[in-house]
Design a protein around this ligand. Structure first.
Ligand SMILES: Nc1ncnc2c1ncn2[C@@H]1O[C@H](COP(=O)(O)OP(=O)(O)OP(=O)(O)O)[C@@H](O)[C@H]1O
Length: 549
């Protein structure tokens, strides 16, 4: 029930959109084609009675005509099944795309992705967006369509089975009982009992599937981190530790897999027996009528096939139970993710904008509520350069994060200057993208090649000018100082109104660092700069120093 409520919350934005008529049309098409398949099954069921009766009469001519009709049913069946599969896949893609956009937007909006990472919950957002969304879209379409089609099949064949059952009189404990449609009662009770036992045996599969997705994602993320930090690991010669670490992660997968295997084995023991027994039940149930010659061989075969159709469709829950558990675990993980994003967005504080940067009685805390900086009050005039000083670990970087609205653990208020701002951290973000886009980041518009080359020249990287379209692993290739030069180049190109420098030149020698900051002053004369630096030679470039205590 909880999974269904969460699913409704996740699915509503897509299916409620006015423009989603095509999605509804595709779903209706899938169900319509499914119902056509049911109709063909009904025709084949009637055909089988005629066929076996004709077979009993050795009427060769009629048999050929019946085989021709069967080929017709079969061709229609194949065409519809293929078309249904195609439309189903197209709908899954459509829904997955919309849900992926919905989640990536929510995750990236208001820096939720950053705040979610602060306390490590929920785990592996990448896996939730890439895999769980796919599972939910894919299995939901399959489950909804197959449920409706199976229930239609139940309706169609139930009436056939009811008629074929006729009215039977049984004697039970000395009483004579007259029952209509006894085969229908048998199939309903048999499937109901089967469904209850399946749920009882298979219930733990939900939790095990949630854990499985978590462990698999953890393992993949660990492998990815090894690749990202290949150089550091290689320099430390940390292979043995890494191997042990990966083996431990895999142990969690293996342990969970063994438990899943055990549970699925128990479930299969029941479901396979259930399936096999269901094949023979209708034959035994109708045998007395056949032996009493009240039904023909064709009639017996028709009962068998109608019973099989009703039982097969009513057993939808039993057959798809492992998939239902897989689906419900993905729904749960996405639901958790959605709620965590919502909570983190509530934590977001949109700073007020005034005529200058003004902090008033601000307390900056650690996540455990311990105070880092108390009662911070500082005012920075437009165009002023302020240096924040203080011992390592006191909370200078955290203060900048707080001002940016990234750090939710704070009390008090502040206002930011108007215009756009840029924060250069000590380790610039250098994804593998063409150099021209890398330099323009975070702007989407890329400046002209002439401008880019001029800036590269200014920051002391003229050699990179001929590699504008190259997409290299920049963070591995460039030295720490060169990476920081790229950071300064970005500031010059982006031309923010307020620039925050969080030890943005600490990998450079003091002479080069001074030269770069002087360049910023010349090129961006009206820019307000708030800097953090332990490089003593830089302090004279700032108008004033504020000491964090
Ligand atoms: N995401 C986090 N979760 C928990 N604690 C954090 C987190 N980020 C920072 N801290 C803690 O906050 C304290 C202040 O860190 P911060 O980086 O602001 O110091 P700093 O003054 O800039 O130090 P440095 O000059 O060495 O860069 C540190 O003790 C750090 O461990």
């Amino acid at each position: 029930m909880k999974s269904l409520r969460t699913f409704y919350r996740l699915a509503a934005p897509f299916w409620r959109q006015g423009s989603q008529w095509l999605g509804w049309l595709m779903l209706a098409g899938i169900i319509g084609m499914g119902l056509l398949i049911v109709q063909i099954n009904v025709l084949i069921n009637a055909w089988s009675k005629t066929f076996y009766d004709t077979l009993g009469e050795f009427d060769t001519g009629a048999l050929y005509a019946l085989m021709g009709r069967y080929v017709l049913y079969l061709s229609a069946y194949v065409l519809i099944v293929v078309a249904l599969d195609w439309v189903r896949k197209a709908l899954v893609l459509r829904w997955r795309q919309a849900m992926t956009e919905q989640f990536t937007h929510a995750w990236l909006a208001d820096q939720a992705f950053y705040r979610l990472g602060l306390n490590g919950e929920p785990d592996n957002p990448d896996q939730r967006i890439a895999e769980d969304v796919n599972i939910v879209a894919d299995l939901s379409v399959e489950l909804v369509a197959s449920f409706i089609i199976n229930m239609a099949q139940v309706g169609a064949f139930m009436s056939i089975l009811w008629q074929l059952s006729g009215v039977q009189t049984f004697s039970l404990g000395g009483y004579s009982i007259t029952l209509s449609g006894y085969l229908v009662w048998i199939v309903v009770l048999y499937t109901l009992a089967g469904s209850l036992i399946t749920h009882w045996v298979g219930r733990p599969l939900h939790r095990l599937n949630v854990d499985r997705q978590h462990y698999e994602a953890d393992f993949r993320a660990s492998l990815l981190r090894k690749r990202e930090h290949a150089e550091q690991i290689a320099l430390y010669r940390g292979e043995a530790v890494e191997r042990q670490h990966l083996a431990e992660r895999f142990q969690a997968i293996a342990g969970n897999w063994r438990q899943l295997m055990g549970r699925e084995r128990n479930l299969s023991l029941f479901t396979v027996s259930y399936e096999r027994v269901s094949l023979i039940i209708p034959v035994f149930a109708a045998l007395p009528a056949f032996l009493a010659k009240t039904i023909t061989l064709g009639g017996l075969m028709q009962i068998r096939s109608a019973f099989g159709a009703v039982q097969g469709s009513l057993s939808w829950f039993i057959k798809l139970y492992p998939k239902l558990m897989h689906w419900s675990s993905a729904v749960e993980r996405l639901g958790q993710f959605e709620q965590a994003i919502a909570v983190s967005r509530c934590q977001a504080r949109a700073p007020m904008v005034g005529d200058c940067l003004c902090v008033n009685g601000l307390d900056v805390l650690r996540p455990d509520a311990e105070v880092l900086l108390e009662d911070v009050s500082v005012r920075v005039a437009q165009g002023e350069w302020l240096l924040i000083a203080g011992r390592s670990g006191i909370g200078k970087s955290t203060l900048l994060r707080t001002l940016q609205g990234l750090w939710p653990y704070c009390r008090g208020s502040w206002q930011l200057p108007p215009g756009r701002s840029l924060l250069l951290p000590q380790k610039p973000y250098l994804p593998s993208m063409p150099l021209r886009h890398l330099l323009a980041y975070p702007a989407i518009e890329v400046p002209s090649a002439v401008r880019l080359m001029a800036v590269l020249e200014q920051v002391g990287l003229p050699g990179l000018a001929r590699r504008m379209d190259e997409q290299s692993e920049w963070s591995r290739e460039l030295s720490g100082g060169e990476q920081q030069r790229i950071g300064i180049a970005r500031a010059l190109l982006y031309a923010p109104d307020t620039l925050y420098l969080d030890e943005a030149t600490n990998q450079l020698d003091e002479g080069s660092a001074r030269a770069l900051l002087r360049l910023v002053r010349e090129e961006l004369p009206n820019c307000t700069v708030i800097g953090i630096s332990h490089q003593a030679a830089l302090s004279t470039l700032f108008d004033r120093t504020w000491s964090a205590q």
